[in-house]
Design a protein around this ligand. Structure first.
Ligand SMILES: [Zn+2]
Length: 60
């Protein structure tokens, strides 16, 4: 299941307001890995900071 840029940017904006589910997270992170446009968008929205914080909390 691939995520489109539209879905990805929506999930990024959405992440600032509410928590994403594990499936959404995985899809979004995969998309950010391959798509530099959405990576730039994520940086602009400070999503990366949220993501790093979440990753730290989630270590296992
Ligand atoms: Zn994209």
């Amino acid at each position: 299941m691939k995520m489109s840029c539209k879905e990805a940017t929506y999930a990024i904006s959405d992440r600032l307001d509410r928590k994403l589910g594990p499936i959404e997270w995985l899809k979004l992170r995969t998309h950010l890995f391959i798509c530099h446009y959405c990576r730039d968008f994520a940086k602009q929205t400070q999503f990366m900071r949220v993501m790093v914080r979440a990753a730290r909390r989630r270590r296992h």
